[in-house]
Design a protein around this ligand. Structure first.
Ligand SMILES: Nc1ncnc2c1ncn2[C@@H]1O[C@H](COP(=O)(O)OP(=O)(O)OP(=O)(O)O)[C@@H](O)[C@H]1O
Ligand SMILES: [Mg+2]
Length: 154
């Protein structure tokens, strides 16, 4: 990895641009909140792009047609968080802890497939940045939220 000072907004913008066509294919409402001030972090642009793309691709994949995928940014004095919220199939309470496992094979309705690699890799990348990545879901059918938190440059 090549970790250098960067504006995290550039990753968000790039991911929005890359994922928009996929979201349109499923008629998802895709909203992305980009703050009007820089979000300075130490990061590897390509690796962070990979993380946010995977999370967005998951939301796209695990949300039925015509759903909603929302990206929001929140800040604390020491950190910045990107949350991706969807209103898709959600995750059972007992499966939440498994989403970051290598080859996690969570049972899903229908014929949705995945290798179960993306989030495991994402977790490694974010931890290598001194950050954390968390998954939330009220229950099956209630959508999911993935929050990625990175330390700000002081
Ligand atoms: N937004 C989401 N809504 C519901 N379930 C999710 C969501 N994101 C991830 N999951 C669950 O977590 C599992 C692991 O996600 P991960 O991205 O690691 O794998 P994948 O998408 O199945 O495959 P890959 O990313 O390797 O192509 C998924 O298979 C799915 O069961
Ligand atoms: Mg994935």
């Amino acid at each position: 990895m090549e970790i250098v000072p960067m504006d995290l907004r550039d990753v968000i913008k790039q991911c929005e641009h890359e994922l928009k066509p996929l979201m349109d294919e499923k008629k998802h409402t895709f909203t992305v909140q980009i703050p009007d001030h820089p979000l300075q972090i130490n990061g590897d642009f390509a690796r962070l792009n990979q993380v946010i793309s995977n999370i967005l691709t998951n939301s796209q994949k695990f949300t039925p047609d015509g759903g909603k995928v929302e990206v929001t940014v929140s800040e604390k004095p020491e950190s910045v968080s990107i949350s991706v919220k969807d209103n898709g199939i959600g995750i059972r309470k007992e499966d939440i802890a498994k989403v970051f496992d290598l080859f996690s094979d969570i049972k899903k309705p229908g014929n949705i497939k995945g290798t179960g690699l993306g989030l495991n890799v994402a977790k490694g990348i974010i931890e290598a940045h001194g950050g954390k990545i968390e998954a939330f879901s009220e229950s099956e059918g209630k959508g999911a939220i993935f929050t990625t938190t990175l330390p700000k440059i002081k």
